[in-house]
Design a protein around this ligand. Structure first.
Ligand code: DQA
Length: 149
């Protein structure tokens, strides 16, 4: 069976493509999901892809990944800058975690410069657009030594 990688997306990312396209681009979250599935198949990974505007749902998906998934890719969106609860949940996950931000948060408002999640991430991909998800999956495949499909 292919190793599972859980790809999690936080609030407002359901509006990707429509929301501030000058910052986040024109690709929709459905496009990102399709790309993740295509790259997952190439890398021999089984992709579980979720988005929620609710913090508790993201926490539940992280708990669900424990003892089951090989890695987590997470764009916590605004929860990045606010959520100790998501940080604590990620601390319970033993495998690699890659944090992704579509925009370069360091070029933006000061409140986006701090991430609670970075303290538990194996790697962080920032400002590479939606290609960041592709890079994150490739990094996880490398870290877990996945066999190509
Ligand atoms: C984001 C950056 C966050 O600051 C913001 O709240 C988001 C998206 C990004 O992908 O660039 O919603 O995580």
């Amino acid at each position: 069976m292919s190793p599972i990688v859980v790809v999690l997306n936080g609030p407002n990312l359901n509006l990707l493509g429509k929301r501030e396209p000058e910052i986040y681009g024109h690709e929709t979250l459905a496009d990102v999901e399709a790309d993740c599935r295509r790259i997952g198949a190439e890398l021999g990974l089984s992709i579980e892809f979720h988005q929620s505007n609710r913090e508790y749902e993201i926490i539940e998906w992280i708990h669900g990944a424990r003892d089951r998934a090989a890695g987590v890719v997470i764009n916590p969106a605004a929860f990045t800058h606010t959520s100790v609860a998501i940080l604590d949940a990620l601390h319970t996950f033993a495998g690699p975690i890659i944090e992704v931000h579509i925009s370069n948060v360091h070029k933006r408002e000061a409140f986006r410069h701090h991430s609670f999640v970075s303290g538990v991430a194996s790697g962080i991909i920032v400002g590479c657009g939606t290609q960041g998800y592709d890079l994150a999956l490739r990094r996880i495949a490398k870290l877990i030594g996945a066999k190509k499909g």
